[in-house]
Design a protein around this ligand. Structure first.
Ligand code: NDP
Length: 244
């Protein structure tokens, strides 16, 4: 277990899925965790309860990023941060089905929000801190949800371009890219007859679907002192998805 005691982490989209696993994992390492979510009050409470039940410290903050990030920063007023994980994101849709309003909404949640969260978190972030953006393997694998894929490409570029600007404060900026992971975002894994799942496992070197904990462990690694010399990096955490 990596030692994160004394650290404070903000994890966006931590009411469920990968974000919840990240929040629980960082808390298990000793970090105090701010659990951001958009709408699911009960699920956010569950994340906080799970952390507290395991002896950790956490509280929840609600903010839907279509409406900007003011509510998030009102909720964390007075905080100092050590670790910022931009994890919250939503899907778009296939070509021909996405209205201009939906397009703007996906970019608002997946790109505009992380950008302004970083900008507004920088004065709160201690030197030596960590910024970790959750991207996706869709940046290197062509999939039909073009809008979602474009947002993740933007996030990869954000991390790469931001890293040199924060080096003098010893803040690292890295990107973690999951592959197909069992969460609500992939409800189709539960719904179908197993064909969808097989189509993924057959092209995954490690031969299974990802679990939220797989991603959370990689985030904890990047958040740790051991990763102090890693910045501007995109870490593929897919179990070897589509390696060719
Ligand atoms: P989920 O859909 O399971 O969870 C999404 C989280 O984001 C929830 O906490 C949700 O809060 C929050 N959220 C949803 N809408 C908004 C909004 N409008 N404003 C602010 N927050 C919002 O996602 P995953 O756990 O599957 O994905 C987490 C990250 O991992 C995302 O960045 C995703 O792109 C990435 N990823 C996921 C993969 C996968 O296979 N699952 C693969 C590759 C990347 P609430 O519960 O309140 O709605």
């Amino acid at each position: 277990m990596r030692d994160l005691s004394g650290k404070t982490a903000l994890v966006t989209g931590a009411s469920r899925g990968i974000g919840r696993a990240i929040a629980e994992r960082l808390a298990a390492g000793g970090a105090r965790v701010i659990v951001h979510y958009a709408r699911n009050d009960d699920l956010a409470k569950e994340t906080v309860a799970a952390i507290e039940g395991a002896g950790g410290q956490a509280y929840a903050v609600k903010a839907a990023f279509e409406d900007g990030v003011d509510a998030l920063f009102e909720g964390i007023a007075g905080e100092r941060l050590d670790i910022l994980v931009n994890n919250a994101a939503i899907l778009g849709g296939v070509l021909g089905t996405v209205s201009e309003e939906q397009f703007d909404r996906v970019f608002a949640v997946n790109v505009r929000a992380p950008y302004f969260i970083i900008e507004r978190a920088l004065p709160l972030l201690n030197d030596g801190g960590r910024i970790i953006n959750i991207s996706s393997a869709v940046v290197r694998i062509a999939l039909p949800d073009l809008v979602y894929s474009m947002t993740k490409g933007a996030l990869d570029t954000l991390g790469f371009s931001l890293a040199p600007l924060l080096g003098e404060r010893n803040i690292t900026v890295n990107t973690v890219s999951p592959g197909v992971t069992r969460t609500d975002m992939n409800a189709w894994l539960r719904a179908d007859d197993g064909t969808g799942e097989r189509s993924v496992t057959e092209v995954t070197a490690l031969g299974r679907i990802g679990r939220p904990e797989d991603i959370a462990d990689a985030v904890a690694l990047i958040a740790s002192e051991e990763s102090r010399w890693i910045t501007g990096h995109v870490l593929d955490v897919t179990g070897g998805y589509f390696l060719g």
